[in-house]
Design a protein around this ligand. Structure first.
Ligand code: CMX
Ligand code: CO
Length: 149
């Protein structure tokens, strides 16, 4: 079951400038930052609200750390903007399989490492009406999907 919008991923050219924009304009504060080498990003999570499944919803600001990364390629083609939408679930393997069974391509055969040590997979944007869709299982999703800081 998908239980929330976990985050909206936003491609940024300069992480600090985007963080400052969201702070000044909306009052959002940085909740967590990390570098994900595998995904080729430096990222900041801005927590927007908690949800009734014990998780939260975030904006994920993403700056590329490599020219061959998906975010660098996206920026080159489209400029800054919404890159993907991520749904939260307690069962990323099961939800990915359900989407595959419905005819949607998953990008990875097995989940990979995401923010906060979560498990993630992506569904191809061409099979999702133009939206790159991420599925996220929080590290302790078995006991309520709560976040780790
Ligand atoms: N949203 C919607 N459409 C997208 C897209 C996106 N984010 N990225 C690519 N596309 C479209 C392109 O516009 C293009 O369409 P056209 O053929 O009509 O022009 C098509 O998909 C192919 O695009 P591409 O530029 O050639 O890109 P690739 O096929 O090399 O890569 C994708 C696309 C989705 C497979 C790749 O970006 C990927 O593997 N993404 C998953 C990993 C990721 O995005 N990591 C960063 C975030 C990490 C995190 O959330 O933690
Ligand atoms: Co994401």
């Amino acid at each position: 079951m998908i239980t929330r919008i976990d985050h909206v991923g936003i491609a940024c050219r300069n992480l600090e400038e985007s963080i400052e924009f969201y702070r000044v304009t909306f009052g959002f504060e940085v909740y967590h930052t990390e570098v994900n080498e595998q995904q080729g990003v430096r990222e900041a999570m801005l927590r927007i609200n908690g949800t009734d499944d014990g998780g939260s919803s975030y904006l994920q600001l993403l700056e590329p750390i490599r020219e061959d990364s998906p975010i660098a390629k996206f920026l080159e083609k489209n400029g800054e903007g919404v890159h993907h939408v991520a749904f939260g679930t307690a069962d990323v393997v099961g939800e990915t399989q359900a989407a595959v069974d419905a005819g949607v391509r998953a990008l990875y055969p097995e989940p990979r490492h995401g923010t906060f040590g979560s498990s993630i997979n992506f569904l191809h944007p061409k099979d999702c009406h133009g939206i790159l869709t991420e599925l996220v299982q929080a590290p302790d999703a078995g006991s309520h999907g709560a976040d780790r800081h």
